[in-house]
Design a protein around this ligand. Structure first.
Ligand SMILES: [Fe+2]
Ligand SMILES: [Fe+2]
Ligand SMILES: [Fe+2]
Length: 283
């Protein structure tokens, strides 16, 4: 099979993983604290590893990892309905991976896809079990309908965090600077933590966390990537700082200030990398 065709198939798989991550996280957050929500978050983390392996393989083949999100199945009025949709999404993935295994002849890539398929079969069983468990335990949607300024600001934060997670991951795949790659991976993981904190906080105050993102910077030169990152970090640090000063909720204030400090740290790390990168260009 021609290399470009393999890249296309793997990007289709990657988009599917992206959709699954967001569908499962949305469900896990909406269920609040509890064992089942934790297990679903753990499944979402496995999908992130799949996405990462697929992206690295695409880059090794000379391709560009897709930033599109695949189909999601977000309907349903009860937790049991959501779990049925998660079963169906796993079936979509399983069918696609089986087709791709048949089509791909590179043994190393086929082995990777088979490895992912076996995880999806295990997730499928988990979600079937969760349908039954949700019915038995009467699992509830714990989201509220609060939409005031605080909830809006926290959802703005989620939108920012989701955007930079995609941006830093994409850049980590595309940069040829090894040190920048490692930092971008580390900071993407830190932004995932922020996204989770924000979603939990929104649930705490009876809002509805919305997992949307805005435009992702797709610079191809490392220095341009870092400039875009520093810019976005400074903006979000200022926004978190400003919101922290306005809020009277002491826990929310702590959360916002902690994230602000992380974002300032990210800006500094990226600033150091940019100086080195510019030094290289001149030297
Ligand atoms: Fe899965
Ligand atoms: Fe962040
Ligand atoms: Fe950041």
């Amino acid at each position: 099979m021609d290399k470009n065709k393999v890249i296309t198939l793997l990007n289709e798989d990657l988009e599917g993983e992206h959709g699954a991550i967001i569908q499962y996280l949305t469900h896990a957050y909406a269920m609040g604290e509890g064992e089942m929500a934790c297990e679903i978050e753990a499944i979402a983390r496995e999908e992130m590893r799949h996405l990462d392996w697929l992206a690295e393989t695409i880059v090794e083949l000379g391709g560009i990892p897709s930033l599109k999100r695949g189909k999601m199945r977000m309907s349903g009025d009860s937790v049991a309905d959501w779990m049925r949709n998660d079963v169906l999404l796993e079936e979509d993935g399983i069918n696609l991976y089986r087709e791709h295994i048949k089509a791909i002849d590179d043994p190393k890539i086929r082995r990777l896809v088979e490895r992912i398929l076996s995880d999806e079969e295990s997730h499928h069983r988990d979600f079937e079990h969760f349908v039954e468990k949700a019915q038995r335990e009467g699992a509830k949607d714990v989201r509220g309908s609060r939409t005031d300024r605080v909830v809006q600001t926290l959802n703005w934060g989620i939108e920012h965090e989701y955007t930079v997670i995609l941006q830093y991951m994409f850049q980590s795949y595309m940069t040829t600077n090894k040190e920048a790659k490692k930092e971008l991976e580390d900071q993407a993981i830190n932004e995932m933590q922020h996204l989770g904190w924000l979603a939990e906080k929104i649930i705490d105050i009876s809002g509805n966390p919305e997992l949307k993102h805005t435009e992702v910077d797709q610079s191809t030169k490392t220095a341009d990537m870092l400039r875009a990152d520093i810019d976005i970090e400074r903006k979000v640090a200022a926004e978190y700082d400003c919101t922290a000063k306005e809020t009277e909720d002491p826990k929310l204030k702590d959360l916002l200030l902690r994230m602000r400090d992380h974002e300032l740290y990210h800006a500094e790390v990226f600033g150091d990398l940019l100086k080195k990168e510019e030094g290289k260009a001149q030297g």
